[in-house]
Design a protein around this ligand. Structure first.
Ligand code: H2B
Length: 91
């Protein structure tokens, strides 16, 4: 079971573009079109399902906001950081 990370641990390990907001990590990805964002959100969803660790995804015009936390651990774990990197690989 992944352990909840401290705020300092998260802040030191976060990949570029990601920020910590309380018990979540968040990144806003920007796109040239709405449908490019929709396609990316689908790819994120497929990775999440493969990893069985699911983000909150908000699709807006030309941007997609992705939020991750480990609900069971009540905060941010290595699983969230790993998924963030996997999502970045789809971008
Ligand atoms: C039972 C529990 O819902 C599952 O183990 C998974 C499903 N997807 C999940 N996704 C996220 N982000 N956090 C979880 O704790 C989580 N738990």
């Amino acid at each position: 079971m992944a352990q909840r990370l401290s705020d300092d641990e998260v802040d030191s390990k976060l990949s570029g573009g990601w920020e910590r907001e309380g018990d979540e990590i968040v990144r806003v990805y920007e796109f040239d079109s709405y449908l490019d964002g929709v396609e990316f959100a689908t790819e994120v969803g497929e990775v999440a399902e493969e990893e069985f660790h699911h983000p909150e995804i908000i699709i807006r015009y030309e941007e997609v906001e992705v939020r991750l936390t480990s609900h069971e651990e009540g905060g941010i774990t290595e699983k969230d950081l790993r998924l963030a990197d996997l999502f970045d690989d789809e971008f």
